[in-house]
Design a protein around this ligand. Structure first.
Ligand code: ZN
Ligand code: ZN
Length: 446
């Protein structure tokens, strides 16, 4: 319903850049930015849900092909990768994600998404790029375009990866399992960025070491024996037990995990029962569990199973009614670890490119990102940095009045496209050139 116009705008963008030979990324961006912003709005209007990124992937593949990349499509579903070989030198992976979220957009912007789609359950939903993956794709395309047109500035092999289903924690795993590196090249470093509304548009945030968390989904079923609400002594009440378990779980974080380690257990869903005066047979709970170090992850997951089991025994439940605890291993997202040496090197380059005031050290996040899979799978260092999206005056107003800026995964998330994309392309280009540069330097004329 939307493919044709979408593709035309995208394809019109990169050649319009009219870069001068050897110009700095900054000068090039003066020319290229209007086309990139058009690309962004086209992508924003045309979001696709996780596992449904067919049109988006096709558009990205066509642009990379036009730029001279060797493009491999259909890697782990709709994933694709482009290789651009340019002499002897390191192979650097630059990742974007492509999927959007089942949210009805409420920004009121002229380019707001009107798209509706069906999720896997067959239900109709609005679709919105509410996690900024449209910004990621635009920055990725801008970086690819600049580098393809300025091959005198770098040596080596670019590996541009566009992954599906980031929001489901699945795309990176699927691409790697489908032979991403065997079908393209094994990287010597892996880079990505992710937007955040908490930084000014075009400003970059970084963190060495753990930047994003291990994410685990746990299903916990509390089994009981139902009966009349007036006669609890004749039942094993799973609702009363579920309440004990919820409280018990919080003691894992506060009393068992070492205080300087990080862990979160959130019970995000709890369902049981039908009526005031009926004690039900079961309660179902859905948990999200976050951690950084693998040992802490193992500790917390084991403690959840133990807590559920012994709370049931303590409540007098028989062994055969022990709660069922299932960790959804297939939905696990490993923590994103920013290699300290790579981080230091790239941050130095980012400061040179953007100025120290636009490159800020930030706190780690307990959010998840499956970018964390690429570097360990290659045995190379990885680095993911943050890209701010909010006009500085809006952030100042938020600090003054307490009116929060609409965040990621909300219907009113609205990046300021021009400065965000400009800062993103300048930053990612500077990062790649620092790792692959010929010494001609991004700022020098050749
Ligand atoms: Zn997201
Ligand atoms: Zn995201």
């Amino acid at each position: 319903m939307r493919a044709a116009a979408f593709l035309i705008v995208l394809l019109a963008c990169p050649p319009a850049a009219a870069a001068q030979e050897g110009s700095a990324a900054g000068e090039w961006l003066d020319q290229a930015l209007p086309g990139l912003v058009e690309t962004y709005t086209a992508l924003h209007r045309s979001p696709e849900l996780s596992f449904q990124e067919r049109e988006t992937a096709a558009a990205l593949a066509r642009i990379l092909t036009e730029l001279g990349f060797e493009v491999e499509t259909g890697i782990g579903g709709h994933g694709l990768a482009g290789l651009l070989r340019n002499g002897v030198g390191p192979t650097v992976l630059v990742r974007t994600d492509m999927d959007a979220l089942p949210i009805v957009e409420a920004t009121g912007l002229p380019y707001a998404s009107q798209v509706r789609a069906r999720n896997e359950g067959g239900e109709e939903t609005g679709v919105m790029h509410a996690c900024g993956h449209d910004v990621h794709m635009t920055v990725w395309l801008g970086t690819a375009t600049f580098l393809a047109r300025h091959r005198d500035l770098w040596h080596g092999t670019l590996l541009f990866v566009a992954q599906p289903a980031e929001e489901r924690g699945a795309g990176a795993r699927m691409m790697l399992a489908d032979g991403l590196y065997e079908r393209t090249a094994r990287p010597d470093a892996a880079l990505a960025l992710h937007v955040t509304e908490q930084l000014p548009a075009g400003t970059v945030g970084w963190r060495a070491g753990y930047a994003l968390a291990n994410v685990d989904s746990v299903d916990l079923v509390v089994r009981g024996r139902g009966g009349h609400g007036s006669a609890p002594h004749t039942t094993h009440d799973p609702i009363a037990l579920a309440a004990r378990i919820v409280i018990g779980l919080q003691h894992i974080v506060s009393r068992e995990v070492k205080p300087i380690e990080d862990a979160v257990i959130t019970v995000g869903s709890i369902h049981g029962g039908t009526k005031h005066n009926i004690i039900p047979d079961r309660v179902e709970m859905l948990l999200t569990v976050r951690s950084y170090r693998p040992e802490v992850r193992e500790q917390v997951l084991a403690a959840i199973a133990r807590t559920a089991r012994y709370e049931a025994l303590a409540a007098g439940f028989p062994e055969e009614l022990a709660p069922e605890v299932r960790v959804r291993e297939e939905e696990h997202t490993p923590a994103a670890y920013n290699d300290p040496a790579l981080t230091k090197r790239v941050v130095t380059a980012l400061r040179r490119e953007l100025g120290a005031e636009r490159v800020r050290e930030v706190e780690p996040s307990m959010g998840g990102e499956d970018f964390g899979r690429y570097a360990p799978a290659a045995g190379c260092p990885g680095f993911l940095f943050w890209l701010g999206t909010t006009p500085p005056e809006r952030l100042a107003a938020a600090a003054r009045d307490g009116e929060p800026v609409p965040g990621l995964h909300t219907a009113r998330f609205a990046p300021d496209p021009g400065p965000t994309i400009r800062g993103g392309v300048a930053a990612m280009t500077a990062a790649v050139l620092d790792l692959m540069g010929t010494g001609a330097g991004p700022k020098k004329k050749s």
